[in-house]
Design a binder for this molecule. Structure first.
Ligand code: PEP
Length: 253
């Protein structure tokens, strides 16, 4: 039985004092949560501070990206080891905003994933189609290619440190959510691709999160779908009431 996981992608929001406030509020609102895993992904600047706030709780902390080299003359980049040293244990890789604005490709997603795994971080690997791609009926081709590219050369034993997030690009930050049926269909397809590529056991244990305008009003129905194991939440994770409500919806299932 796969556990539910609710992760919050703070994107480029929250100064350090705001981050401390939000992390503390989420901590207070989730003291009774026992079954659902919670992960908060603040900007790099607040990772250590947020990790300090949640130390000793069940809340995990993650970065939103990493660079695959260990160290070197790579101005402004952050390595997996640096992320680990803040107390964070997770990292988001291949978010569509990174693909869209910063040239991320399936090949660089793969390099980042390998570096995350080597450094003991759990990776949340994002895939998803654009509106044009959905309308052209190529969603399966697109997400299949993304997931195969991301996991190129990744071996069975690594999958305990890998989570997938299906995030249709047309649903991110737009208020348009995939219907539970639309999301379930792609999640089931991704699980099938994983079964074909890496075997049924890995496919069945892999957590696949849905992301794209998840809010308290739609969380429960999405999270009830058979192959939806949690959510990657953007906008609604910036407020402790709405993020807390989504977490409580997952816990109630
Ligand atoms: C995201 O950024 O991963 C995301 C899903 O954003 P939103 O919830 O705002 O659509």
């Amino acid at each position: 039985m796969r556990k539910k996981l609710i992760a919050g992608n703070w994107k480029m929001f929250k100064t350090n004092s705001e981050a401390l406030q939000l992390a503390n509020q989420v901590k207070i609102k989730t003291t009774e949560i026992s079954k659902t895993k919670i992960v908060m992904c603040p900007p790099f600047t607040a990772l250590a501070a947020v990790a300090d706030v949640v130390r000793g709780t069940k809340i995990g902390v993650g970065a939103q990206n990493l660079y695959w080299e260990k160290e070197g003359a790579f101005t402004a980049e952050i390595s997996a080891g640096m992320i680990k040293s803040t107390g964070a244990a997770y990292v988001i890789i291949g978010h569509s905003e990174r693909r869209q604005y910063f040239g991320e490709t399936d090949a660089t997603v793969n390099k980042r994933l390998i570096s995350a795994l080597e450094n003991g971080l759990t990776a949340i690997v994002c895939v998803g189609e654009t509106l044009n791609e959905r309308e052209a009926n190529v969603t399966r081709d697109v997400v299949g290619k993304q997931i195969r590219g991301a996991f190129n050369g990744i071996t069975a034993s690594d999958f305990s440190q890998i989570i997938v997030a299906y995030e249709p690009v047309w649903a991110i930050g737009t208020g348009k959510t995939a219907t539970p049926d639309q999301a379930q269909e792609v999640h089931a397809y991704l699980r099938q691709v994983m079964a074909d590529e890496k075997g049924r056991e890995i496919a069945e244990s892999l957590q696949i999160l849905y992301g794209g305008s998840v809010k308290p009003e739609n969380a429960s129905e999405l999270l009830s779908q058979k192959d939806i194991d949690g959510a990657l939440v953007g906008g609604a994770c910036l407020n402790a009431d709405s993020f807390g409500a989504i977490i409580h919806s997952a816990e109630a299932l």
